[in-house]
Design a protein around this ligand. Structure first.
Ligand code: G3I
Ligand code: 9MR
Length: 580
């Protein structure tokens, strides 16, 4: 089954639909495929496989099976010379669950908050980490006193809260709201605030923004993170009673904060003017602090071992913060600053390089950028998307070229977001189809054959590095690993896995090898282990789920608004496949 790599969740009727069939050996290769009805095996589509594509990152050769023109809703399988794929659906709301479950993970990450049976089901747990009296680490420059800093989201599989990573996360989620304001309305996410008249997605983001506000120091600077000194073991949040500290103050924490608060100011103004005004005042103070302290990197002090999120380039954070402040205030000061900078889109953002968030915001929000400047920003997004589309057309898995770094899945998701913007700017459907093919990668059309969204598809990532999950599942007691194997192939219906998390994905660095993780492959695109210990390939993180939410949600919104059919892949042989 794993030799046919396919989006295991499925496709929109008008998506491009391509699976990757791995060549069994160089001599005997299949050239045809069928799509069959999952219920009774009846053949509904016959097609030719493409010519062979090679990918050195996965050490594979294979062919595309393109069944784009099959558009009848239903449940199907692909069959190639006796091999069968996992089942998949064709349906007009196929990514809706992925979008919703992805967004629900933020609720599941809430710190200082009880997850109730009613709202969290099997994943209910007591509140963890009140964070009402946090100590100041000497690196903050503060001596004595305590910080009241409750709430916010746990960053990932650990229980830390980090301003730098919060910035790109809330920035991405708020950008999703700005582009798709009606997608997650009130009562759509089943969270405690559902029913309060405010879009649920804004309620959820505000849970973290409120925490971020508490991290601002009196002088306008912003603490870098709130964590223990070391990572705790595999315990439930409420079992972690180690001392927590506010740690560090850096140029990047101030600017990530400024950008986030500037966005929040315009987005929340219609719902809560007073809160939004406060956000803007805080954004300005953080900006002013960063201008005065424009070269303060953060490094973990010797006694601190938690996530560093270190960065020595501040230019990108300055540009993102200035862009958001400019959009929100229209002020000359920020316009003048941007005039001296390159604000063209060059590729997807990461927590370390947030430059892209500036052109993305400037391209679609209402703002006073001169028309020529705005046009060139837009053109830079479109030309980058064109470059990626070209790469996809030559790629075995039909994804853009990239390096497999820590959190590689989020790189793909963020490239998909770039494509969504190109689509919004041009209205050209090829970009939307490209974004959807990147989503296919995350859902199983990849060199591991697994869906990287927990609980989604048939064979999915099932053992994320996530302390709450590991502790709740009692995985540590499972010495021989048999429980894990069982869980990985469990049918989705039995919902044993916490759903909706996007795991980090293949990471050529394999940095957790030093900590008992055994990798089956050294190939970059296969450097992934579905094991709870694999923090370098199988952790979850808020800055990875945010682009997943954006990508799945945007595609779901747009596929239904634009129902034009998709062309087949260019490299598919001309002989048309016949329908039966
Ligand atoms: O900066 C270099 C770059 O110059 C080089 O080309 C590249 C090649 O691998 O490496 C780059 O550094 C990497 C850095 O991320 C930036 O991408 C490091 O090797 C890599 O180890 C580092 O990984 C980060 C990891 O923490 C370890 O610090 C991940 O990006 C980051 O997502 C991850 O975040 C953790 C938090 O610390 C703690 N909470 C969980 C979270 C998710 O795993
Ligand atoms: O669990 C930690 C994870 O959240 C971090 O992303 C990762 C990298 O900073 O570190 C993990 O903690 C590991 C630590 O770095 C080394 N010892 C094993 C820990 C995992 O149990």
């Amino acid at each position: 089954m794993e030799e046919i790599r396919i989006n295991q969740v499925g496709f929109y009727p008008k998506s491009r639909k391509v699976a990757v069939v791995i060549n069994r050996d160089a001599a005997a290769n299949d050239t045809e495929f069928q799509v069959v009805r999952a219920s009774d095996g009846r053949v509904v589509f016959n097609g030719n496989l493409s010519e062979t594509h090679v990918w050195k990152e996965s050490g594979e050769t294979g062919r595309w099976a393109d069944f784009t023109i099959l558009d009848n809703p239903g449940r199907y399988k692909l069959v190639v010379g006796g091999r069968e794929s996992h089942p998949f659906h064709i349906s007009s709301d196929i990514f809706r669950d992925a979008a919703r479950l992805s967004t629900r993970t933020f609720y599941l990450q809430r710190c200082s908050h009880e997850l109730t049976k009613q709202l969290a089901g099997k994943w209910a747990r007591p509140a963890g980490h009140p964070d009402t009296a946090v100590s100041f680490h000497p690196s903050t420059g503060r001596t004595g006193g305590k910080l009241n800093s409750p709430g916010g989201w746990y960053d990932a599989g650990d229980f830390g809260k980090y301003i730098v990573n919060s910035g790109i996360t809330v920035g991405t989620l708020m950008a999703f709201y700005e582009n798709f304001p009606n997608y997650f309305p009130d009562r759509s996410l089943n969270i405690p605030e559902s029913g309060n008249g405010i879009p649920d997605i804004l309620d959820e983001i505000k849970y973290n923004l409120d925490w971020m506000k508490t991290m601002q120091d009196a002088d306008g600077g912003v603490f870098v993170k709130l964590t223990t000194l070391e990572f705790p073991g595999y315990i439930m949040p409420h079992e972690d009673n180690w001392e927590r500290f506010a740690i560090g103050k850096s140029t990047t924490s101030a600017l990530n904060f400024a950008a986030s608060m500037a966005m929040a100011a315009r987005i929340y103004a219609p719902f809560n003017k007073k809160w939004a005004d406060d956000a803007l005042a805080r954004a300005r103070r953080a900006w002013d602090w960063a201008v005065k302290n424009d070269n303060i990197p953060f490094k973990n002090p010797p006694d601190v071992k938690t996530g560093e999120y270190g960065d020595v380039n501040f230019e990108d954070e300055f540009i993102w913060a200035a862009a958001e402040l400019f959009i929100t205030t229209g002020e000359k000061k920020f316009a003048d600053f941007l005039k001296t900078k390159d604000i063209g889109y060059k590729g997807e953002p990461t927590w370390q390089n947030v430059h892209a968030l500036a052109p993305l915001s400037l391209s679609t929000t209402k703002n006073n950028l001169p028309k020529a400047t705005r046009d060139s920003v837009r053109a830079s997004i479109v030309s980058t998307a064109d470059k990626w589309l070209k790469e996809m057309d030559n790629h075995l898995y039909r994804v853009p070229d990239m390096k497999f770094i820590w959190g590689s899945n989020s790189i793909f998701a963020n490239k998909g977001i770039g494509m969504i913007y190109a689509y919004k700017i041009t209205g050209d459907r090829k970009y939307l189809l490209g974004a959807a093919e990147i989503a296919d990668y995350l859902l199983g059309k990849n060199a591991t054959g697994l869906s990287f969204m927990t609980g989604m598809g048939t064979k999915y990532a099932a053992n994320p590095h996530h302390r709450h999950v590991v502790a709740a599942e009692g995985l540590l007691k499972d010495k021989d690993g048999s429980k894990q194997k069982r869980r990985q192939t469990a049918p989705a219906e039995d919902n044993v896995v916490i759903p909706g998390f996007l795991v980090g994905g293949p990471n050529a660095g394999q940095q957790d090898k030093a900590h008992e993780v055994v990798y089956t492959y050294t190939l970059p695109a296969k450097s992934y282990e579905d094991h709870y210990k694999s923090y370098a390939s199988n952790e979850v993180a808020i800055n990875w789920n945010a682009p997943a939410t954006f990508l799945f949600g945007a595609i779901d919104a747009l596929m239904n608004a634009d129902n034009r059919p998709a062309p087949q892949t260019p490299a598919t042989p001309a002989r048309p496949a016949n329908r039966r």
